[in-house]
Design a protein around this ligand. Structure first.
Ligand SMILES: Nc1ncnc2c1ncn2[C@@H]1O[C@H](COP(=O)(O)OP(=O)(O)OP(=O)(O)O)[C@@H](O)[C@H]1O
Length: 329
C-alpha cells in the first residue's frame, strides 16, 4: 500500500488519529490461554463514540476472544482496556455497565416471557426497575406486541431481537454483537442491519464481529481485520476500498479476437466472453500516477480494434479481504 507519511505522523493500526476520548481504548492486549496458545498478540485499538466498527477475521482468528476480553468475560494476560474511561479490571462494574453484549444464541429461557427476560437482564446490572425504558426498547425492536409471549413461541427473527433487547435493558453506551446475522435468511439480515443502524442513530456505539464481508461492507464505518490474534489492519471502510481495491475496465469489442494482440502485450489484459471483451486490471491506489488507460486506448486505436462499450468495476471488500489473508498466509 503506498504511503508517503512518516512513522511519526502515521497512527499505529487501531489507533485513532482523531482527538477526543474514545469509547473503547484497548492497549497492547495479549492473551495466552492455559496450555500456552496465544490468541491475542499486542492488540491496540480505539473505538470512537457513535461509530459502527466491524471486526473481520477467519475462524479462530481471535474475534470472540478480543470481544470477551473487552467485555471483561476473559482476563487478558497483559495490556489494558478502558470503557468510557473506566479500566475494565480495576473499575469492573462501571466498565461493564457501559456494555451490552448480544451473544449468538438464547440460552434456556424458553418458558419466560419477553417482558420478564428483558427486565431480568436489567436487574442483573443492579439497575432500578424502569418499565418505561423496557417499553421503549421493546417498541423500538417491534417486540411490544409480543411482550407477554414466551420465547419458545417466537420466530427466529423475534428471538434475535430479544437478544438485542436484553443487551439494551440496562442502557449501555456500547453494544457488542457477536455474529449478529449468522445463519439467518437474507430478509432477516437486512432487518437486523436496519435495527443496528437505528441504534447507532440513537447514539449507541456498535462493535460487531462478522464472517459476512457483505455485512461489514454494508454497515461499518471502520473495519478491523484480525488474523491469528494480530490486528493487522484498521481502516475507514471507504479508505480501505480505495487503497487496497483494484479496478477492472471491461472493453466490449466490435469484433471478437482470438488472442490478445502482441501490440497490447505491455498492458495487463485478459480476453473474456469468447473474445468479445478485454478486461484491463489496475490498482486503484495508483490511479493518480496514471493507470495507463489513456495509453491502452491509444494502442487499441493503433491496432484498429474498435470498442463498442466499456465499464469499470471496483473490487469488493471480499476480494480485498481474501487477498489480504493470502498475502499474510
Ligand atoms: N479457552 C480456550 N483455551 C484455549 N484456546 C482457546 C480458548 N478459547 C479460544 N481458544 C483458541 O483461540 C483462538 C481464537 O478463538 P476465537 O474464538 O477468539 O476465534 P474467532 O475469531 O472468534 O473464531 P470464530 O469466527 O470461529 O468464532 C482459536 O484458535 C481457539 O481455538
Amino acid at each position: 500500500m503506498p504511503d508517503d507519511s512518516t512513522p511519526e505522523d502515521r497512527a499505529a493500526p487501531g489507533q485513532s488519529e482523531t482527538t477526543g476520548s474514545p469509547m473503547i481504548q484497548v492497549e497492547q492486549l495479549d492473551k495466552v490461554f492455559d496450555g500456552g496458545f496465544q490468541a491475542l498478540k499486542n492488540v491496540s485499538l480505539e473505538i470512537q463514540r457513535g461509530e459502527i466498527f466491524a471486526l473481520l477475521g477467519p475462524n479462530g482468528a481471535g474475534k470472540t476472544t478480543l470481544i470477551s476480553v473487552i467485555c471483561g468475560l476473559v482476563r487478558a494476560s497483559s495490556g489494558s482496556v478502558k470503557v468510557d474511561g473506566h479500566d475494565n479490571v480495576a473499575d469492573y462494574r462501571q466498565a461493564r455497565a457501559m456494555i451490552g453484549l448480544v451473544p449468538q444464541e438464547l440460552t434456556n429461557e424458553a418458558f419466560t416471557t419477553v417482558w420478564d427476560t428483558v427486565s431480568f437482564s436489567r436487574g442483573l446490572f443492579g439497575k432500578p426497575k424502569n418499565p418505561a425504558h423496557i417499553e421503549n426498547v421493546l417498541r423500538a425492536l417491534t417486540l411490544w406486541e409480543k411482550r407477554n409471549n414466551r420465547l419458545l413461541e417466537l420466530s427466529g427473527g423475534m428471538k434475535r431481537r430479544v437478544l438485542i433487547a436484553k443487551a439494551l435493558a440496562h442502557e449501555p453506551k456500547v453494544l457488542f454483537l457477536d455474529e449478529p446475522t449468522a445463519g439467518v435468511d437474507v430478509e432477516l439480515r437486512r432487518e437486523m442491519w436496519e435495527v443496528v443502524r437505528q441504534l447507532r442513530d440513537q447514539g449507541v456505539t456498535i462493535i460487531l464481529t462478522t464472517h459476512y464481508i457483505e455485512e461489514a461492507e454494508e454497515m461499518a464505518d471502520r473495519i478491523g481485520v484480525i488474523l491469528r490474534g494480530e490486528l493487522v489492519l484498521v481502516e475507514e471502510k471507504a479508505a480501505l476500498m480505495r487503497q487496497l481495491g483494484r479496478k477492472e475496465l471491461t472493453l466490449h469489442l466490435d469484433h471478437a479476437l482470438d488472442q490478445v494482440p502482441a501490440a497490447l502485450a505491455g498492458h495487463d489484459l485478459a480476453l473474456t466472453e469468447e473474445g468479445h471483451a478485454l478486461v484491463y486490471t489496475y490498482d486503484v491506489a495508483r490511479q493518480e500516477e496514471g493507470t495507463g488507460i489513456a495509453g491502452l486506448l491509444a494502442d487499441l486505436e493503433a491496432t484498429g480494434i474498435r470498442v463498442k462499450d466499456l465499464h469499470t468495476r471496483q473490487s469488493s471488500l471480499e476480494e480485498i479481504f481474501v487477498s489480504l489473508v493470502r498475502e499474510r498466509a
